[in-house]
Design a protein around this ligand. Structure first.
Ligand code: PLP
Length: 376
């Protein structure tokens, strides 16, 4: 043997308080669900649990869409699943960009042979509906519209109901990124008329990272069925995945991540027990508490008040403060993780998450006291 046996021992992660842009703190109930015995991914008991996950997700997304299930992969795979199934070469897609994740949507459209029509807003601003209306008027042949509901790179929330209504008036289907919004602020797929949505397990659902709940309307399914070119991804081809996630006879498509799905099931049960309205209210109340404390520390928000995400608070780093050194002290001295800026905001902001199980009073108290110490 040429490769020596490594003397590596079990990994013991430190205990952290997670107040960044995700993952958020995972509650003990979800951690213990993950540790339950693994069963086969076609075991009848597991198939029953999959059906419950779909029911719980329909509640979380507020939709009756039959095609609602978690994709086996992170939020980025949910994003790609939406685009790869709905975009065909030559399609014109109106895409809103007001931060990092809108930019990734553009990249998806380009790689699939579509033509993105970019509607740009400044980082920190919500998507401007008037610009979207203008883009549709200038591009009446656009078949798809895509936007990020909660832009995690800036902390801005866009008006999904208004945006989706514009797309509907122009006969386009809407893809919405609700990775950071689901469970933290209202996400009402049916009421708003969203045709395809994807989220992530690790934000306001407070499960471990690595699963992406998705949902598709009947109109989206009809568009996918009418494709004349095959979906370019075998793994994400919804027609194939569905043999495993729905129907009377479940057939092998890929080996589902069994234990992570136990975790997602538990996190969705916790959300249903609390109730969506109560969860939204908790996120709102805790945001207001944190915002009051941050303002006392002299930290200013990047996003104007009426467009702030309660679950992701982005503040400017005060002049003369070494932002990376502060975050390192928070981590090393207080076991507290907050987020750095991304893309155009790198080095300029901190992103403080109050997502899911992380959105609680003890976390706010710890964060404010720790921040006060490190910025002094
Ligand atoms: N979209 C948004 C708005 C996000 O915040 C993220 C992750 O932070 C993603 C997509 C990608 O999700 P993931 O990192 O799970 O692939």
């Amino acid at each position: 043997m040429t490769i020596e046996r490594p003397a590596i021992q079990s990994f013991q992660p430190p205990v952290r308080t997670l107040m960044g842009p995700g993952p958020s703190d995972v509650p003990p109930r979800v951690l213990s669900a993950l540790a339950r015995p693994t069963v086969g991914h076609l075991d009848p008991s597991f198939v029953g649990m999959m059906d419950e996950v779909k029911t719980l997700l329909r509640y979380a997304f507020q939709t009756r869409n039959d095609l609602t299930f978690p994709v086996s992969g992170p939020g980025s795979l949910g994003m790609e699943t939406c685009f790869v199934n709905l975009v065909t070469p030559g399609d014109k897609v109106i895409v809103c960009v007001n931060g990092v994740f809108g930019g990734r949507m553009v990249e998806n459209v380009r790689r699939l042979g579509g033509t993105p029509v970019i509607v740009e807003d400044a980082w920190g601003e919500p998507v401007d509906p008037a610009k979207v209306e203008d883009a549709f008027k200038a591009n009446p042949d656009a078949r798809l519209f895509a936007f990020v509901h909660a832009e995690t790179s800036t902390g801005a929330l866009s008006d999904a109901a208004t945006l989706a209504a514009i797309a509907r008036r122009h006969d386009a289907l809407t893809i919405m990124d609700c990775v950071t919004s689901l469970g933290g602020v209202p996400v009402l797929l049916d009421e708003w008329g969203i045709d395809a949505a994807y989220s992530g397990s690790q934000k306001c659902l407070s499960c471990t990272p690595g699963l992406s709940p998705v949902s598709f309307s009947e109109a989206a399914v009809a568009r996918i069925r009418a494709r004349t070119t095959p979906c370019p991804s075998w793994f994400q081809d919804l027609g194939l995945v569905l043999g495993y996630w729905s129907g009377a006879k479940r057939t092998y498509h890929h080996t589902a991540p069994v234990n992570p799905l136990y975790g997602l099931h538990e996190s969705l049960v916790i959300l249903a027990e609390e109730g969506l309205e109560a969860a939204w209210q908790r996120h709102r109340d805790n945001h207001l508490r944190l915002a009051a404390g941050l303002q006392k520390l002299g930290l200013d928000f990047v996003v104007r008040e009426d467009a702030r995400l309660p679950q992701l608070n982005t503040v400017w780093v005060p002049q003369g403060v070494d932002e990376a050194a502060c975050r390192a002290r928070l981590l090393n001295e207080f076991g507290l993780e907050i987020g750095a800026g991304l893309g155009a905001l790198a080095g300029k902001v901190w992103r403080i998450g109050l997502m899911g199980h992380s959105s609680r009073a003890s976390n706010i108290a710890l964060c404010l006291a720790a921040l006060e110490t490190v910025i002094r």
